[in-house]
Write a protein that binds this ligand. Structure first.
Ligand code: SF4
Length: 154
């Protein structure tokens, strides 16, 4: 009842697919091991990614994105389709290609990206995906099958 009264249920129901699937660890300011933000930053990053997903007609895709504030992985970034691992304040390693069911680990694609670099890199990957995917392929399967998960770019 309180969740309805304060609009939490409606807010959750109206959230996009990426936001509904996302997980982040607590990181700053709760965890003393954090190198970067987790739960306080991921919602902001998703708000900046949503127009990019819309541009590529991917806003309804059930992409699993996770973020952790350090390599310990409490937010389970290592088995997300798109995983961020904090390396310093405002910087994240970008990992891609984990199985959405959690049965395959992802691979590091780029190191220590700031927000602008994250948005640019994902815009490029989403563009390639929407141009070249076959309809039945999910993002992680496409990235793995097309060799992106074996490329580490600086
Ligand atoms: S992943 Fe690192 S920063 Fe996040 S809660 Fe675990 S130990 Fe803390």
């Amino acid at each position: 009842m309180l969740l309805n009264e304060y609009g939490i249920i409606a807010h959750t129901d109206n959230a996009g697919a990426l936001r509904k699937n996302a997980i982040a660890c607590v990181a700053f300011n709760t965890c003393p091991l954090a190198l970067a933000e987790g739960q306080r930053y991921l919602p902001t990053l998703i708000s900046k990614l949503e127009p990019i997903l819309e541009k590529h007609s991917m806003h309804n895709d059930n992409i699993v994105m996770r973020m952790t504030g350090c390599p310990n992985g409490c937010g389970r970034s290592p088995n997300a389709e798109i995983g961020f691992v904090g390396t310093a304040y405002g910087k994240y390693n970008l990992h891609i290609g984990g199985d959405r069911l959690g049965q395959r680990l992802n691979t590091k694609y780029k190191e220590s990206l700031n927000e602008e670099q994250i948005l640019t890199t994902l815009d490029e990957l989403f563009g390639i995906y929407t141009r070249e995917k076959k309809k039945t392929k999910h993002l992680a399967i496409f990235l793995t099958a097309n060799g992106f998960c074996s490329m580490i770019k600086s």
